[in-house]
Structure formats: C-alpha cells, structure tokens
Ligand binder design. Structure first.
Ligand SMILES: CCCCCCCCCCCCCCCCCCCCCC(=O)SCCNC(=O)CCNC(=O)[C@H](O)C(C)(C)COP(=O)(O)OP(=O)(O)OC[C@H]1O[C@@H](n2cnc3c(N)ncnc32)[C@H](O)[C@@H]1OP(=O)(O)O
Ligand SMILES: Cc1cc2nc3c(=O)[nH]c(=O)nc-3n(C[C@H](O)[C@H](O)[C@H](O)COP(=O)(O)OP(=O)(O)OC[C@H]3O[C@@H](n4cnc5c(N)ncnc54)[C@H](O)[C@@H]3O)c2cc1C
Length: 662
C-alpha cells in the first residue's frame, strides 16, 4: 500500500472540526451513515460488481455490462432484503458508480407511476410482476415533435366499447415516442402517455400500460416498432429508445385509473385534478435537486483534493511551489461551489421531505398544496441543475489539463449530469412555470389574500408598496446571515413585482395575455431565479440553527455566508437597483469574501471528505483519498487500449507503406 500523500495528510490534520460529525449530519444521523456505508460495502466487496473501466469499452459492451449488473442487483436486493426506496437508491448508485443505467426508468418512473396512479386492482395485477422484473417498464411520454408542450402530444388511445379495449396509434412521424430510457432494448412494457378518445370525444393526456415485447421471446409485439435512438453526449449505458404504435390493442384495465376512469360502456369519469397525470414528473424533479448536490459535491471533492496535492508556479521567489489551493483565484473558483454543494444538499433534503409530506396529503384527497409543490419542484430543479452544471465544468478546468482526462472522473460526471437541465422539464420552461405561480400569488396578495409557505413574503408587498425605493433604508448587514436572508427575500419580492408590472404594462398596450407573457419572459425567469435563490439561502440559514456541534456550526456558518455574499456579487445589479445595497457595501462584500476564503482554506479538504465518497464511488484518479495522483494516472494510461501492442497496426497498414513510396 502506497503511503498517503503528505500534503493531503497535513490538510486533514489542520481541520478545525470532526469530519465524521459532519458526515453524520449530512446523512441524517450516525446510524444512517453506518447503514449507508454498510450498503456501499456490500457492493464494493462483491466480486460480481467489480468495475471495469467503461472508458475502454464500446457502447454495446457498456450496455451489456450495465444490464448484467442491474439484473444481479435485483437478485441481490432481494437476497439482502433491501426494500426501502432510499436504500435501494444507495445500492443502485454504488453498483453503477453514479452512471445512469437501463433500469432507471423502470425503478424511478414506471414503478412510481404505478404506485401513484394505478387503482388498487391494477396495483395487484401489475406491481408484483414489475417489482420482480418480469415486467420491465419505461415512461414513454416525449415524442419526436414534442417534449415540453405535452398537451400537444399526438399519440392516441381510442376506446373501443365493442371489445372493451383501447387502440393505440402514433399517427404521424412527429408522434413517434422518442427518448424514453430503457425503451430501446430493455423494456417489455411502457407507460405510454396518450390522448384519450372515448365516445368520439378527446379527454386529453392519460397514462396507459402498453406491452411492447413478447414476455417469452422479447421480440416486439405486432404493431410495435421499437429501437435505440443512437449514441448521445453521454448516457452510454442507457438505451433511450423510439416507439411507434400502430393499432396496438390493450385491455380497458390497462389505463391507469386511480383518478380518471373509462367505464366499460365508454363513459368518462373526470379526475379531481387533471394535473395528477403529471405527478411522476414532480417526483423526479424533486429527486433531481438532490442529484445536483451529489454531482457538485463529487466534482468539488475531486477538484479540491487535487488542488491540495498539485504544486505549480512560484508564489514567492526562491520558495517551493505552493499547492494550487493556496492561490486566491483557485479558492475563488472552488469554495463558492463547495458552499453551493452544501446548500443544495440541504435543499435536496428539504425538497424530498416536502414532496413526501404533500404527497401524503394528496393521497388523503387534499390537493390544496399541489400548486406550490409543483412550483417549488420545477423552480428548484432548474435553479440547482443550472448551477451544478456550470460548476462541474469550473471544477474540471480548475484541474488544468488533467481535468480533461477521463480518469479525472469529471467528464463522466458532466455528461451524465448535464441532461438534468433538459429532461423532466426543460429548465427555462420550468422557471416559467414557477413564475406563473409567483405572479398568481403576487396578485392574490395584492387583493389582500394571506399567503402561506415559501411565498408568504409576497404578503409584505402591500406594506412595501407605497415607499419609494430610495427612501428605504439599506437593510443589509453583510456579516449577519439573517440580514442576508432578508435581502434575498426583498430582492425576490422586487423581481416578482417587476415581472408582474411588465405583464401589466404589456397588457395595457392591449396585447393578448399570451403575448404579454412572452414579452415578459426575461423578467419572469429572473423572478423565479431570485425566488429560488432566496429559498436556498433561507434553507441553508435554517439548517444552521439545527446544528449543536460548535466546530461544525462555525465552519458551515462560514460557508453559508460565502454562499450568500457570493450570490450577491453575481447579482449585484438587482440588489443595487432594489436599494438593498449601497455601492460602498459592494466593495466591503468583496473584502469579506476574501476573508471567508482564508477562513475556509484550512478546512477545504475536510469539508469535501465529509461528503464521504469512497474512491470506488468517486472513480477519479485526481480525487483519490490518498492523494497519490501521478502514480495512478500513469497506471491508468498504460491500460489504454492503444497501448495493447507496442506498435499499433496502423503503422504497418499506412505509415510503413507510405514511407516506402516516398
Ligand atoms: C418508489 C417505488 C419504489 C421503487 C424503488 C425506487 C428506488 C429509487 C430508484 C430511483 C432511481 C432512478 C432515478 C431516476 C432517474 C430518472 C431519469 C429521468 C430521465 C428523464 C425522464 C423524462 O424526461 S420524462 C419526460 C418529462 N417531461 C416533462 O417534464 C415535460 C415538461 N412539460 C410539462 O410538464 C408541461 O407541459 C408544462 C410545461 C408544465 C405545461 O403543462 P400544461 O400545458 O398542461 O399546463 P399550463 O402551463 O397550461 O398550466 C396549467 C396549470 O397546471 C399547473 N401545472 C402544470 N404542471 C403541473 C404539475 N406537474 N403539477 C401540478 N400542477 C401543474 C400549472 O401551474 C397551471 O396552474 P394554474 O392554471 O393554476 O396557473
Ligand atoms: C438523456 C435524456 C433522457 C430522457 N428520458 C426521457 C424519458 O425517459 N421519457 C420521456 O418521455 N422523455 C425523456 N426525455 C425527453 C425530455 O423530457 C425532453 O427532452 C424535455 O422535456 C425537453 O423537451 P424538448 O426536447 O421538446 O425541448 P424543447 O421544448 O423543444 O426545447 C427547446 C428550446 O425551446 C425552449 N422552449 C420550449 N417551450 C418554451 C416555452 N413555452 N417558453 C419558452 N421557451 C420554450 C426551451 O427553453 C429550449 O430552449 C429525455 C431527454 C434526455 C436528454
């Protein structure tokens, strides 16, 4: 065993807090940390899950290896009796080393849609076979022509009362289902989102369970054209697919009927809310917030550990080259991202709790909080994925040339993560959904309605209204987190007002509602962004009040201040315009940020250690716990397929003959 790199050892010795305490806090408790590690070690010590480097494999080999692992995973989960969704998720993530895999849609969306939208009888029929992987399903919503505007999806399901069946059709090229994960080769069923027609009338989008492949031979069923959509930017393990349905008949019982129903005679019973069909998307959006935290915390772990062992350039003449982590510019790149990774971890926990709480109410028949849940999940999904996506790339470049190597782990993190900005609701579109909610709340508040939840600050709008901005005192105390939360809140209130006024202005120019909306999109997206930013800062501050360990509290307080102040500098125009900040304060903030970087510096490595990614999960030569970067990079390069022979065959085929001709 090679010795630990001395630089990284020293970093750990200098930390001012206990990493294990912080890890426990991130997991929820010491017991939860223990259990997560136990599950991870089940995978890591399992010879069936030894990980071949996917960088040296073809796409088909990668798909093959992933299906093999997924099948074994299902067997083992059963053997170990792991059935808690969170624990399944730990196990799964570890098995696939953070890569997306062919069963994601089955586990994440097919089963979830069954659970939330199937009637009790349908659950009896479909859930157990799906749990046992006899039925392997996907979620087939997006079509070639439409991903965002799902009301315009063209696939139809027409009820035939004479046989009590639905007849499914993709009548046009643009109606071919396109993108669903696991559809291309893996699934034998799909939940298909289609326009329901019964007794000559269209009732909009509904979900249907459609068998697409023979349960014995896995051949496509009659009327079904299905396949893989081809190589992508990443997602190599996943067979995202296409699906064309031509007069495919399914029994009436295959329409998911917990809410909307079609009776045997074809009469239609409306659901209590037609947005319940969209429920699975809300679930995944809520989950993606936690994924943003994971992608960013992994990237920070790699970049910060590497920055602690990498030495470059001269800081002071004649002295040894410093660790690159000692450069202020390097700290300024990485520490705000580290702070964001912590912020998003807490936001992810909050989003997951909120989802489960409100879904509990929905299952009891109380739909009152559905709009807020949707607005929150949509906005925070967009806000956190945008930041994390950009942050991964910053981390990669902060590793210099070696960040461009696949063995750094960063390219894979990026290509796996970046589609979260698009899938499950394109980010701009999601921000506009949140804005729709915010503007509605703003109007309600102006009419004197009392708002609750994350938008309750809009109640204060009335109070703030008559005061001209310039006469309001500057509110920010830049050393006080509570004051910063207040500033973010007022900025959000201001930008929601700006958006609402823009809409109003457009409407006064006698433009239609829709055109007014389109002409105000920039303001609307900014309002949502400010709202989400406020929610994140607020949740980070709230988390601090739960921490009893003083050393951990102190270091997280520093991170929270950095997160809040850095966000202000990035959006200083808003804060200045709203009169929340003065110009001299802006340079004080820059000075304060510099001081915070210095404060964080000795704890930087310990702060990424606390995320507790073991090397197998991190899969990065640069982010290794022991810091022995160069040795392992050299070993990795030697395994490159191009190095299998000393002289590559191309030499004999092209170079040598060429030379004899010249
Ligand atoms: C648990 C089981 C145990 C098992 C163990 C499990 C272990 C765990 C293992 C897990 C591992 C797997 C990991 C998962 C990996 C997943 C990978 C995912 C891959 C990606 C998948 C996908 O990519 S899959 C396709 C996603 N595709 C979209 O995402 C379309 C976006 N497009 C729209 O979503 C709509 O098109 C859009 C824009 C809203 C307009 O919809 P629209 O036109 O109908 O609506 P309007 O705009 O007119 O709005 C009308 C009113 O509806 C309100 N509203 C709108 N939506 C609402 C909503 N959802 N809820 C409530 N209310 C809603 C709105 O707020 C308005 O309200 P109001 O009228 O009061 O103002
Ligand atoms: C890796 C991956 C996996 C996927 N898996 C699945 C899956 O399993 N199942 C499934 O059904 N789908 C899946 N999808 C599809 C995904 O859900 C859609 O791509 C996504 O919803 C975006 O829709 P779109 O592609 O139609 O984008 P578009 O809507 O065409 O977006 C293009 C541009 O138009 C803009 N735009 C569109 N509408 C508006 C508007 N109203 N206002 C302002 N701007 C607008 C967008 O902001 C964007 O800039 C997957 C996609 C990817 C990339």
């Amino acid at each position: 065993l090679a010795a630990m790199n001395p630089d990284i050892c020293r970093e750990r010795e200098n930390a001012t807090f206990n990493t294990e305490t912080l890890t426990n806090m991130l997991d929820g408790s010491a017991e939860k940390t223990r259990r997560r590690r136990e599950i991870e070690s089940l995978v890591i010590n399992d010879p069936d899950f030894q990980h071949d480097d996917p960088n040296f494999m073809s796409r088909s080999e990668r798909y093959d290896a992933a299906v093999k692992k997924s099948s074994q995973m299902i067997m083992k989960l059963r053997d170990y009796g792991i059935s808690d969704p969170e624990e399944i998720y730990f196990y799964k993530r570890c098995v696939h080393r953070g890569f997306s895999e062919p069963l994601d849609l089955h586990l994440g969306m097919f089963l979830t849609t069954l659970l939330n939208q199937a009637s009790p009888t349908q659950l009896d029929t479909f859930f157990t076979p799906a749990w046992n992987l006899e039925i392997v399903g996907t979620y087939a919503q997006t079509e070639l022509g439409h991903g965002t505007h799902i009301r315009k999806l063209e696939t139809t399901a027409t009820y035939d009362p004479s046989t009590q069946e639905f007849v499914l059709n993709c009548p046009t090229v643009s109606s071919i289902k396109w993108w669903p994960g696991g559809l291309g080769k893996t699934s034998n069923h799909a939940i298909v989102l289609a326009q329901l027609y019964t007794l000559g009338k269209c009732h909009g989008l509904h979900a249907f369970i459609v068998p697409i492949r023979c349960m014995k031979t896995h051949q496509p069923l009659p009327g079904v054209t299905v396949g893989d959509i081809g190589p992508k930017f990443g997602f190599e393990e996943v067979d995202n697919g296409y699906l064309k349905l031509e007069n495919v008949r399914i029994p009436r019982e295959n329409m998911l009927m917990k809410y909307a129903q079609v009776e045997p005679d074809g009469s239609y019973l409306k659901p209590p809310s037609d947005k319940l069909t969209y429920g699975t998307m809300v679930f995944i959006r809520a989950m993606i917030v936690g994924e943003s935290a994971r992608a960013l915390s992994k990237s920070c772990t790699i970049a910060i550990r590497y920055s602690a062992v990498r030495h470059q350039s001269e800081l002071r003449p004649g002295e040894p080259e410093p660790q690159i982590l000692d450069y202020q510019a390097q700290q300024y790149k990485l520490f705000p991202l580290l702070a964001a990774a912590y912020a998003f971890t807490f936001v992810g926990q909050y989003m997951s709790d909120t989802y489960h709480r409100i879904t509990g109410h929905i299952n009891q028949g109380d739909f009152s909080q559905l709009p807020e849940l949707h607005a929150l999940a949509a906005g925070l999904k967009a806000f956190t994925t945008w930041t994390a996506n950009a942050g991964i790339e910053v981390c990669r470049m902060a590793c210099g040339g070696h960040g461009y190597l696949c063995c750094s782990g960063l390219p894979d993190i990026y290509v796996t993560f970046t589609p979260t900005c698009t899938y499950e609701g394109e980010n701009t579109v999601m921000m506009l959904q949140t804005a729709r909610f915010l503007v509605k709340c703003y109007r309600q508040a102006r009419e004197g309605q009392q708002l609750s939840g994350t938008v309750s600050y809009l109640n204060e709008q009335q109070r703030l209204q008559p005061q001209p901005v310039s006469s309001r005192p500057t509110v920010v105390n830049i050393n006080d987190l509570a004051s910063l939360v207040e500033a973010y809140k007022l900025r959000a209130a201001k930008l929601v007002e700006v958006a609402a006024k823009s809409l109003q202005g457009e409407l006064q120019r006698s433009i239609s509602q829709e055109d007014a909306w389109n002409n105000s999109s920039i303001e609307l997206v900014r309002a949502s962004d400010a709202h989400c930013h406020y929610v994140v800062v607020e949740l980070f501050a709230a988390k601090l009040s739960e921490i009893s360990d003083t050393a951990v509290h102190s270091v997280l307080n520093t991170l929270a201040l950095l997160y809040a102040l850095h966000g202000i500098t990035l959006n200083s125009g808003d804060f200045l315009q709203a009169g929340l900040l003065s110009v001299p304060q802006l340079s004080q903030i820059t000075q304060r940020i510099k001081a915070l970087l210095v404060e964080i510096r000795p704890n930087a490595v310990a702060l990424v250690d606390s995320f507790d990614y073991n090397d197998e999960m991190l899969n990065s030569v640069l982010g290794r716990y022991d810091g022995n970067v160069y040795e392992s990079m050299f070993e990795w390069a030697k395994r490159s397929p191009l190095n299998r022979t000393e002289v590559h065959e191309s030499y004999y085929k092209y170079m040598k003959p060429l030379r004899s001709k010249l």
